[in-house]
Design a protein around this ligand. Structure first.
Ligand code: NIG
Ligand code: FE
Length: 417
């Protein structure tokens, strides 16, 4: 077995040890160890503690040492909501929005998701793969070690499967863990504009069974919102997915309240994402459930919208809250999880500690991986981020600047060092 590794000279080690998921006040418990050390063996965490408690161990003495420069070490970010594979930016739409057009107006005129679908269908697979791979390296450079990625810019069997196969290929070609979600129900493609239910039928009868049979996805997501899929259609898609072993997730209550949050609770979805437009009753129902409420403040920021999701109400009501980038070319073109933390603090009044919990252990829970990642505890994968700050609160405090000094995936150093 390869030589163990010892991380030392850590001003604050944020272990996030203990129960998962975190609700209410527990979101603020980071399990901080001052002057900490982490011993890694075979890609997993072997021991965690103060430098003084770890150093005398024989294994620690012969280990390869990594000096963290007095920085903060935390679990690698788990980005539980991205649309990683797309062909091109939508910078021209961004400019139209700045001039006053809304996201939905642009979508109704054939832009938005349809724009990305046209471009993806026409793009060569190797280019899509190369671009996604480049972005993954940027995720890693900002401290992210696990990325959920959705299909949804294909909207027919060939192109949806093309996206999911790219994700499969990427798993072999680069170190980050990629978790695949099938999202053929992103919007109704133009070919089915007049027959949305026929598209739902195609998804449930043909594409979903194929995706599941080929083992190409773990989750199934639906954009259940105004201008996308109705609650009834979303239910059909998610139930068909579940029958094939795909766990439901949802884009819910982003543009309007059409009852998507209730469907997430009804179906025991792993996650309900966005939630900018939830009401008090829905907040209570989500809080009582095991559905993770994944908030995506990058969208409101990029769309220039003033109403962020009610993070405080959700946390105070006892919901499982997570944070993610929603990396996509339409509403949130960022891979920068520390920036998402800054937005969560400044715009949604989450505390720095709550934001870190939401972007690590709670996000891991929403991806059904809280046993393996999301905290720094013996036995878990050594997925770690080292930040060049002395106090964890400085991570969201500085914004738009990358203070991640090093990222480790299963014990291997990916950047910095
Ligand atoms: O999460 N809301 C739906 N899907 C994406 C946007 C996709 C796009 O505009 O390309 C989101 O915001
Ligand atoms: Fe999204």
């Amino acid at each position: 077995m390869s030589k163990p590794t010892l991380l030392t000279n850590i001003s604050q080690l944020l272990t996030l040890r203990g129960a998962a998921p975190r609700r209410g006040r527990a979101l603020a418990e980071l399990g901080i160890i001052g002057d900490g050390a982490v011993l890694i063996r075979g890609g997993r965490i072997a021991a965690v503690g103060s430098r003084r408690s770890i150093k005398p161990a024989r294994e620690a003495r012969r280990a390869r040492k990594i000096d963290c420069g007095g920085g903060v070490v935390l679990p690698g970010f788990v980005d539980s909501h991205t649309h990683l594979v797309f062909a091109a930016s939508r910078a021209a739409e961004h400019e139209r929005r700045i001039a006053g057009a809304t996201y939905e107006e642009i979508a109704r005129a054939g832009g938005g998701i349809q724009n990305s679908v046209r471009k993806l269908r026409a793009e060569r697979e190797e280019n899509l793969l190369a671009q996604a791979r480049w972005w993954l390296a940027q995720f890693a450079a900002h401290g992210t070690t696990t990325v959920e990625a959705k299909s949804g810019y294909g909207l027919n069997a060939t192109s949806e499967l093309k996206i999911l196969s790219i994700l499969k290929e990427l798993r072999k070609k680069q170190p980050l863990e990629i978790i695949s979600t099938f999202m053929g129900a992103h919007v109704v493609p133009p070919e089915y504009k007049k027959r949305p239910d026929a598209y739902v039928e195609l998804l449930t009868k043909e594409i979903i069974p194929r995706v599941a049979a080929e083992g190409l996805a773990e989750f199934c997501d639906v954009f259940c919102d105004r201008g996308a899929f109705t609650v009834e259609q979303a239910r059909r898609v998610l139930i068909a997915g579940r029958a094939c072993g795909l766990v439901p997730r949802m884009h819910a209550n982003q543009l309007a309240d059409i009852g998507a949050a209730e469907l997430a609770v009804e179906l025991h979805a792993a996650s309900a994402d966005h939630l900018e437009k939830v009401n008090e009753r829905q907040i209570r129902a989500l809080a009582k459930s095991d559905v993770t409420c994944t908030l995506l403040p990058g969208c409101c920021f990029h769309l220039g919208l003033p109403h962020y999701a009610p993070a405080r109400k959700l946390i105070d009501a006892g919901a499982v809250v997570a944070l993610a980038t929603d990396f996509n070319p339409g509403t949130s073109p960022t891979v920068n999880m520390p920036m998402v933390l800054s937005l969560a603090c400044a715009q949604m009044r989450m505390t720095p500690a709550e934001a870190i919990t939401a972007a690590t252990i709670n996000a891991a829970y929403s991806l059904r991986r809280a046993e393996r990642i999301g905290s720094i505890e013996a036995g878990k994968y050594a997925d770690l981020a080292v930040f060049g700050v002395r106090d964890y609160r400085e991570i969201p405090y500085y914004f738009g600047v990358n203070l991640c000094r090093m990222t480790l995936k299963r014990g291997a150093v990916l950047s910095g060092a």
